[in-house]
Each structure stands twice: as structure tokens, then as C-alpha cells.
Design a protein around this ligand. Structure first.
Ligand code: XIL
Length: 379
């Protein structure tokens, strides 16, 4: 395997899009020309196939709405993905219509879709501060919330026990802007249960499904700003404390919603963080990867090349340094990406963050992700 530094110096040295233009253009045209299910077999050049050759599961987020109503999209999803994560169906506002009820129907539909199409299933999220149901604020008290959370985890994880690749047990639990010494976000879980809700959540999930990989999923860990470094530092501080007392945290989820304007990721701060995660014995799931292209040029050819280069640079930094069982993008096609709503462009054009364009054709990003898989050793 080339040394990470020599490959990364190639990438950082070839930061101009021109250096990647011919590569990605040629790669895309060959993929576009290759008929789906053509001479090289239906799946041979798919993301899931390229990833599996290096010991990595590739997958993506999707909704029941899109997979059940758009046949072409569903077919592309199945062709490219070995792993499915529900984009919204396992969130409390869908799953918990009332304090004493569960609506598993939407998530069950997705679980069945995954099983029917030989995909693995990952759960997201068990404990998050967002997407909480309307009844939560008036119902949850310091006296009842620990039981409410533990019952949620044991019921939901138990419902899919033995049939789930991994769970995002806590999601976005850190918020250094709050200035707590432990960097934890106060509302609502710390305020209602205390900072060790995290320990309780992981122990409950481990008890409900000993087979599932248990993940602490976080956003904004990837970039160079001081606040991102503060978040990395607080995460490591929490991990050392909690692992030290036997909390079954087994992996870190790097959400990886990456700014398209990101400078190279192979910088000492991020590399040191990744090495520490590995040294703590933790795996890494790239859990929600996409590229925020709101500040990129309007010209779609140029924009696509920049997006592709960010994918290549990022994965070429993470994959060699970490044990990565799975890489997921947050969606598979620009036809349905949350980025257009989350970070709309001033020109109101559709976001172009994902491996398939809005017509379900390979984008330069797909070639870039594939290349990163090819250059990484399987873990
Ligand atoms: C987003 C979904 O993509 C949107 O459709 C929904 O309206 C809000 O949540 N980090 C996460 C994901 O962990 O659950 C979020 O998903 C995106 C940011």
C-alpha cells in the first residue's frame, strides 16, 4: 500500500480540479457507457462491489416514501448499496406517536426491503436531541425520562435484535458552544437524566442486541476550525472516561457532511484525532457522508469535480488510518438529497452532493469514492 503521506501529498499537490478532471471524466464516461447489467455483470462496477473488495460495506440513507414510490430509484439503490439506514423512520417523531406506543410500520417496511434485497440494516438514532415528538417536552421530567429512554432503547433495539448491523446509540451528544467542561449538549437528555445518560444508553443497547455494533455518531468533527478541534477534544475526553469504566462504545460515527470548500483533510489535527480513535480500539463508520456544495461555482462540471475531489481527499485520509467497516452516504442520488433544503444555494439550483445524479447516472463523486476504496486496504 502506498504510504498514506505519499498518496495524500499527491492529492494535496493536485488540488486543482484540472488534475482530476480527465480522470473523472474518463471514468464517468466509461461508467455511463457501460449498460446497467452490461458486459461486466449487473453489479461489478457498483459502489457496494468496489467497497466489498476492500472489506467495507457501502450503503446509504433512504426513506420508505422514496423507495416505495420511485421504482427506478429503488433499483439504483439496490444496485449500489449493501447497507440501508432509514433517513427518518427510526426517529422518535415517527416511531413514538404517544408516550406509551410505537409505530414500527415505516421502519419495518425498510427493514424488509433491505432483507429482501440482501442488504444489511443500520439503526439511526436511538437518542438524539432533534426529531422528538410533540408530546416529549410536556411529558418528560427528571423523574421519568431515564425510564422512558431505557424503555425506548430496549423495545426498539429488541425489535430488530440479531438483524441489525449497527446502531447510532447517541447522536450529536456534544456541543462545545455550551461550555460544559465535558462538552455535552445539555438539552434535553443531560438536563433530564444527567451526563451519564450516555453510559446507560450504550449498556441498554448492548443488552438488547449483543450482536449490533454500537456507535457514538457525531457531526462537525472533520474540519479545521477551532470549534471543530474543541469538539474532537471533548469527544476523546468522553471516550477515555466512559471506555475506562466499561461503557460498550464500539465505534465512532463520523457524519461527514463535508463543506465543498474544505481544504485538504490530511492535516495534523484531523490525522491525530483519527489515530487516537484507532488507538482507543474503536472502529469508525463514515455514517452520513455528502458534500455541501452551496458555496461552489454554478458551473455543474466544475462543481462536480470539486465535490469529487473532496470525497477522494477525505476518504483517502480516513480509510488508511481507521478500521472502517462501513461507509454510507446520506442518500444515493441528487434526486433526493437533504442538502438542497439544509444548505440551499443562492441560485436555487439543486444540490449535487451524491454519487448518482438526479437522473440516477454516475457522477464524478462515484468515481472518486470508488478510487478511494481501491486505494485503501480492507480492514
Ligand atoms: C435529516 C434528514 O435527512 C431530513 O430529511 C430530516 O428532515 C432531518 O434529519 N444529521 C443526522 C440526520 O444525524 O438524522 C439528519 O437527517 C441530518 C443531520
Amino acid at each position: 500500500m502506498n504510504s498514506v503521506f505519499s498518496r495524500r501529498s499527491f492529492i494535496s499537490g493536485a488540488a486543482s480540479m484540472a488534475a482530476f478532471g480527465p480522470f473523472f471524466q474518463q471514468e464517468i464516461s466509461s461508467r455511463r457507457n457501460a449498460p446497467i447489467g452490461g458486459s461486466r455483470g449487473p453489479q461489478e462496477n457498483s459502489l457496494k462491489e468496489m467497497a466489498s473488495r476492500h472489506g467495507i460495506l457501502y450503503g446509504a440513507a433512504a426513506t420508505k416514501t422514496h423507495l416505495s414510490s420511485d421504482k427506478d430509484f429503488a433499483a439504483s439503490f439496490v444496485e449500489q448499496c449493501a447497507l440501508l439506514v432509514p433517513e427518518v423512520e427510526l426517529k422518535w417523531d415517527v416511531l413514538r406517536p404517544e408516550p406509551d406506543s410505537f409505530n414500527f410500520q415505516p421502519a419495518d417496511w425498510l427493514h424488509n426491503f433491505a432483507e429482501k434485497n440482501q442488504m444489511k440494516f443500520r439503526g439511526h438514532p436511538l437518542v438524539w436531541f432533534q426529531s422528538l415528538p410533540k408530546w416529549f417536552d410536556s411529558f418528560a421530567t427528571p423523574q421519568n425520562t431515564r425510564k422512558l429512554m431505557l424503555n425506548h432503547i430496549s423495545t426498539v433495539v429488541g425489535h430488530y435484535a440479531g438483524k441489525t448491523h449497527s446502531w447510532d446509540v447517541v447522536n450529536e451528544a456534544l456541543d462545545p458552544n455550551e461550555k460544559r467542561p465535558d462538552g455535552l449538549r445539555s438539552k434535553p437528555w443531560v438536563d433530564l437524566i444527567g451526563p451519564d445518560y450516555i453510559d446507560d444508553a450504550f449498556h441498554a443497547a448492548a443488552q438488547a442486541d449483543p450482536k449490533a455494533l454500537l456507535v457514538w455518531n457525531e457531526n462537525h468533527l472533520e474540519t479545521r476550525e477551532d470549534w471543530a478541534q474543541a469538539k474532537r477534544d471533548r469527544l476523546i475526553q468522553n471516550l477515555k472516561l466512559r471506555l475506562g469504566r466499561g461503557v460498550p462504545i464500539q465505534a465512532i460515527g463520523l457524519q461527514s457532511h463535508l463543506p465543498g470548500t474544505s481544504p485538504t483533510f490530511n492535516n495534523p489535527q484531523f490525522v491525530s484525532f483519527l489515530k487516537t480513535i484507532t488507538d482507543l480500539g474503536l472502529k469508525v463508520i463514515v455514517s452520513e457522508m455528502d458534500i455541501i456544495d452551496s458555496d461552489l461555482p454554478a458551473d455543474v462540471g466544475n462543481r462536480d469535480q470539486i465535490v469529487a475531489n473532496v470525497y477522494l481527499n477525505y476518504l483517502s485520509t480516513v480509510l488508511p488510518l481507521c478500521r472502517v467497516p462501513a461507509v454510507l452516504t446520506w442518500g444515493i442520488s441528487n434526486r433526493y438529497s437533504w442538502i438542497s433544503a439544509y444548505k440551499p444555494r443562492k441560485d436555487n439550483s439543486q444540490a449535487r452532493p451524491l454519487p448518482l445524479d438526479a437522473n440516477l447516472q454516475p457522477s464524478p463523486a462515484l468515481a472518486a469514492i470508488t478510487r478511494a476504496f481501491e486505494e485503501a486496504d480492507g480492514h
